[in-house]
Design a protein around this ligand. Structure first.
Ligand code: NAD
Length: 332
């Protein structure tokens, strides 16, 4: 079903890992989609479609945003320097893309005809938490600049929520599973590809709890976010995760699912003890969010794609690792 008021969706970062699974779903659901992306990790990830317009550009470009926001009813804001180490590589760049541009996009969207603004944050805003179920009302203790600027952006866009401009903030867990623009710098994906290629999984620490969400479930939620009534989501924040697993458990699961006794799990110490267990009960209760795809399925999807030869040198190729690629290019 399509909301009569929302037909034209602007997706920033639509050529990324999550975006390249999301955009085809939006098209299938009959939305007209405009993507703004620098396509840092490659062009031609999205298949051509009459209802899709791809704009290669920088979300920090005010003129571009002003021009391209015309006609958009809603915005799904994904574009970001999207993990801790890549952010730390050039903190100035990270701040300008993740924070300044998010503010600019929210300001310009409010001035334009956009009625709904969906900001994609992260569940890493909580930092280390002892609580068994980290819910949205707990204090935020971002441990990295990546998380800190997500928090600051959340606050800024949240304050823009008002009648006629519905702001929704989502805090996804770490995403897993296959995407045409693959990332192997995410826990489940990385451990799976290590096992497939090298038959050896390297685990640092292993006890840290990390929340996971399958890419199909998170993108379904993003599509549904265009459909919920304003009063269900306006000015609200929701966690979006499914299985919370210790990293060591993910490694054992990979070995079990791939069913290969030769796979070795090598554990070494780490000082990265970020550990949290998020609760998505609020999204379940208020939005009917009910993830259906497991970490096991994500592992199997990656195995199938690997066996089909869809990855080119998956352990070495910088395309699959945000940090490696960003070290090579000169984005300022
Ligand atoms: N993947 C995850 O596990 C995860 C978890 C929680 C939150 N998130 C958030 O979801 C969003 C998408 O993540 P992803 O995994 O798809 O990341 P990604 O790195 O694959 O995609 C980000 C996209 O943004 C684009 N981009 C970066 N800077 C830009 C700029 N200045 N102008 C225009 N485009 C720009 C990149 O080219 C890329 O296509 C991010 O905001 C990320 O913080 C991701």
């Amino acid at each position: 079903m399509i909301n009569n008021q929302i037909k034209n969706v602007l997706v920033t970062g639509g050529g990324g890992y999550v975006g390249s699974v999301l955009v085809p779903k939006l098209l299938k659901a009959n939305y007209r989609v405009k993507v703004i992306d620098l396509f840092i990790y490659g062009k031609d990830v999205l298949a051509k479609n009459k209802k899709l317009l791809q704009i290669e550009g920088d979300i920090r470009d005010r003129q571009l945003l002003t021009r391209e926001l015309k006609g958009a009813d809603s915005v799904i804001h994904l574009a970001a320097i999207s993990n801790d180490p890549t952010f730390d590589l050039n903190p100035h760049l990270g701040k300008s893309v993740n924070f300044e541009a998010s503010k600019l996009l929210a300001d310009l969207s409010l001035k334009s005809a956009v009625k709904r603004f969906i900001f994609i944050s992260t569940s890493s805003v909580y930092g280390i938490k002892k609580e068994k179920n980290v819910s949205e009302n707990l204090p935020l203790r971002p441990l990295t600049d990546y998380s800190k600027y997500k928090v600051l952006s959340e606050k800024y866009v949240h304050a823009k929520n008002r009648p006629g401009f519905t702001v929704l903030i989502l805090r996804p867990a770490t995403v897993c599973g296959y995407s045409p623009r693959m990332r192997f710098d995410l826990t489940v994906n990385l451990l799976t590809i290590q096992a497939l290629v090298n038959k050896k999984i390297s685990v640092f620490g292993g006890k840290q709890l990390r929340p996971n969400i399958h890419i199909e479930d998170i993108t379904d939620l993003y599509v549904n976010s265009l459909e919920y009534p304003d009063e269900a989501i306006g000015g609200k924040i929701f966690n979006a995760g499914y299985e919370n697993l210790p990293v060591g458990e993910v490694a054992r699961l990979v070995k079990k699912v791939l069913n290969d006794p030769q796979i070795e799990i090598a554990v070494s110490p780490t000082d990265d003890m970020r550990s949290y267990h998020i609760s998505s009960q609020k999204a379940a209760r208020e939005l009917g969010f009910s993830p259906k795809h497991t970490v096991e399925e994500a592992i199997l999807d990656i195995k199938k794609a690997y066996e089909k030869g869809l990855f080119i040198k998956p352990l070495e190729n910088g395309l699959y690792y945000n940090l490696k690629l960003m070290k090579k290019i000169k984005l300022k």
